[in-house]
Structures are given as structure tokens and as C-alpha cells.
Design a protein around this ligand. Structure first.
Ligand code: GN1
Ligand code: MG
Length: 363
């Protein structure tokens, strides 16, 4: 984590003199700060993690193009309050929607959306529905011909087969001497290698968020209305089932992603219904029948893949995700495996519930 002092220097690259500065949010990857300028305006300032994003300029160009497209679509539909619904990046000193500091780190800044809060997996069902609908609508708004062509900034991000290969290769070298400690989880994952090919082939690539978690949606703090989808680093071509899958993975579990006791983990069917209903209300109109049929498979595949990713990082010695305690990544892998088992038990029921969210006229 870069210290707030670095952030104050970075803020100047956007013409901002910070009167007050603090950290913000709970992301696993980037460093995020809340900057209060002397005139009372507040900004979110983020440093992109260079280990995760090898081409930060492409990431920032993608997210700026997506914001511009969303703003144009919302403006054309007569939606007011664009700055709260699709915050635009602040221009850096050379006019680009980002800035590079003396150490070569890439930063971006947005106006902080006042009077808003992120949706949360512990919130009401109405909140889950509203946030899921916003994430589905995001996919629909980016499905038109005028949508920007985006770079694949993280190649193979949801290539589940490649994620399995990475796990095996880090286990083979076992750089931190931890593979033995994760042997039960490794066995459970190896038994599920078949998930790696379940979504392969046939499904259309479209622009998706790729990190479709509830806390990436801002809600109006008073009305609870969904305002904006944020955290656009991973927006790039992908499958609709990935977004739906990540939403279910992160929003329908009854325990936190890093709960140290996997026996706490279960699937909340009422919450699943709210998420599926909301997301399909937003994205459903643009989905093909094959995509509609792939959604629950997406939940299984993405949950399995996330278990693989956390297990890989545990064995690698915690080099990717931020950790706050020993075994943090192993705990995360265990919750994902417990959730996967819960999803597997009821997958037929989940498919029926998903189908019921689409209008009957759908062929
Ligand atoms: C990371 O930092 P955050 O929470 O937005 C990760 C996602 C994972 C998620 C797990 C670029 O997202 O893919 O699903 O952690 N982002 C990246 O909670 O790897
Ligand atoms: Mg993210």
C-alpha cells in the first residue's frame, strides 16, 4: 500500500491540493484514497497495482471509454445526474484521463459520489436486487453497436483451464513450502478440473465487467436506488456467465469470502433469487438463449476458478491478493470450495429459478 503522502503528491498531478487524505474501500488489488480538496470537493484517487496490470494505460483507456459510452447512452435516454451515475475520470496535467508519477506508477481520479454507499452482501434483498439489476443493465448498455472496442487488458483473466495450469505449476515448485498445508483443498480442486471446459466454445464474447460484485455498485444512501457501477479496471471482452457467476459467488453466500470457518458458508436461496431476478431484468433483453442457459454454470465455474486463484496465491506465498493474516488466502480458498459444494447440491433448482426470471415468450 502506498502511503497517503504519496497520494497527496499524486493528487497534484490532477491539479488537486489535498486538505485531507485517507484510505478508502477494501479492494484486494489497487491502493485507493479519498482526497478532500480545500474547496470541499472530494475525489477518489487510485494507484493501479503494476504487478496485476502490466499495461495500466490500456486499463485506464478502457475504463475511460466505458464511462464515456455509458454517459452518452444515459444522456440520450434523458437520465439526469450523470456525474452520480457514470462518474467520469478527472483529466491529469497532460489532458489524459490518468497521470503517471515520478516512479512510473499510474493513477486515476474520479469525483467522489457524495451521498452514496456501496451495496453490500449483508444488505436487504431489495438492495441486492437493485445492485444486481444495475450490473445486468451495465452489460446491456455495452451491448450496442456504438460500444467501444476494448483491449483485453488481462489476457486469460477468466481462462479457467489456464488458472488450473498455474495452480499445478506453482504446486510443482512450491516456492513457500505451503503445498502440503493445502493438500485437501488441492485434491478437492483437482476433482473439479472438468469445470475448466464447461463454458468453452459457443458463447458470444461481449463486454462484461469481470468483477461483478455487489460492492462495485454505488447506491443512493437515502433512497437505496442503484446509481453507478464502479471499479472498471477489468471491463473487457468476456462472457455474460462470468458476470452472473461472480455476482452469485460474491452475493449469495451466507458468510464472508474470507470467513476462517468454512462450515459457516452456505447458499442463501432468497438472496440468489434477488440477484438472479435483478441481473436478468437488466441484462436479459440482450442475452441469447445459449447465454441464458449458461448462467448457473457460470456461478459454478467462477466459484471454482476463484478457489483455484486463492489456492494458487496461498501456495505461491501471497504474491497477488492483499492479505491481513497468515493463511488468509487458504481461508479464502476454503470458503470458495464450501460455496461450490453448496452450489453443486442445488444446481438444478438454481437453473429452474433462473429460467423463471426470463419472460415466458423467450424461446
Ligand atoms: C479482486 O480487488 P477486488 O476485490 O476488486 C480480483 C477479482 C476477484 C476478487 C475476489 C483484478 O477484486 O478478480 O474476484 O478480488 N481482481 C483482480 O474478491 O484480480
Ligand atoms: Mg476490482
Amino acid at each position: 500500500m502506498k502511503e497517503p503522502a504519496f497520494a497527496a503528491t499524486a493528487a497534484r498531478l490532477f491539479g488537486l491540493e489535498a486538505a485531507e487524505i485517507g484510505t478508502l474501500g477494501a479492494g484486494h488489488i489497487n491502493d485507493t484514497f479519498l482526497v478532500a480538496a480545500g474547496d470541499g470537493r472530494r475525489f477518489v484517487l487510485q494507484r493501479l497495482n503494476p504487478r496485476v496490470f502490466p499495461d495500466p494505460h490500456a486499463v485506464l483507456a478502457n475504463s475511460a471509454a466505458v464511462s464515456a459510452h455509458l454517459r452518452a447512452r444515459l444522456a440520450a435516454a434523458g437520465v439526469p445526474d450523470l456525474d452520480r451515475r457514470a462518474p467520469a475520470p478527472v483529466a491529469g496535467s497532460d489532458g489524459r484521463p490518468w497521470a503517471v508519477d515520478a516512479e512510473g506508477d499510474c493513477w486515476r481520479a474520479y469525483r467522489y459520489v457524495e451521498g452514496a454507499r456501496p451495496a453490500s452482501a449483508g444488505g436487504s434483498l431489495a438492495e441486492a436486487y437493485a445492485a444486481a439489476r444495475a450490473l445486468g443493465t451495465f452489460v446491456a448498455l455495452l451491448a450496442d453497436d456504438a460500444a467501444p472496442g476494448l483491449r483485453e487488458t488481462l489476457p486469460g483473466f477468466h481462462d479457467t483451464a489456464a488458472r488450473f495450469r498455474q495452480l499445478e505449476s506453482v504446486v510443482a515448485t512450491d516456492p513457500a513450502g505451503r503445498a502440503g498445508e493445502a493438500s485437501r483443498e488441492l485434491d478437492a480442486l483437482r476433482a473439479r478440473r472438468g469445470y475448466a471446459t464447461l463454458l468453452a466454445g459457443g458463447l458470444p464474447a461481449r463486454i462484461v465487467h469481470n468483477d461483478a460484485k455487489l460492492d462495485n455498485v454505488l447506491l443512493d444512501a437515502v433512497s437505496g436506488e442503484a446509481l453507478a457501477v464502479i471499479d472498471l479496471d477489468t471491463v473487457m471482452p468476456g462472457l455474460a456467465a462470468w458476470d452472473f457467476g461472480d455476482l452469485v459467488r460474491s452475493g449469495a453466500a451466507v458468510a464472508a469470502e474470507d470467513d476462517p470457518d468454512p462450515s459457516h458458508v452456505g447458499l442463501d436461496l432468497g438472496r440468489f433469487d434477488a440477484l438472479a431476478g435483478g441481473w436478468i431484468a437488466g441484462a436479459g433483453p440482450v442475452l441469447t438463449a445459449d447465454e441464458a442457459a449458461s448462467l448457473v454454470t457460470g456461478a459454478l465455474v467462477i466459484t471454482c476458478e476463484q478457489a483455484v486463484r486463492f489456492a494458487t496465491d496461498f501456495v505461491a506465498g501471497d504474491v497477488y491478493y492483499k492479505v491481513a493474516r497468515p493463511n488468509h488466502n487458504l481461508d479464502r480458498a476454503r470458503t470458495q470450495l464450501a460455496l461450490l459444494a453448496a452450489l453443486e447440491r442445488v444446481q438444478d433448482e438454481l437453473r429452474r429459478r433462473c429460467t423463471a426470471c426470463f419472460p415466458e415468450t423467450r424461446s
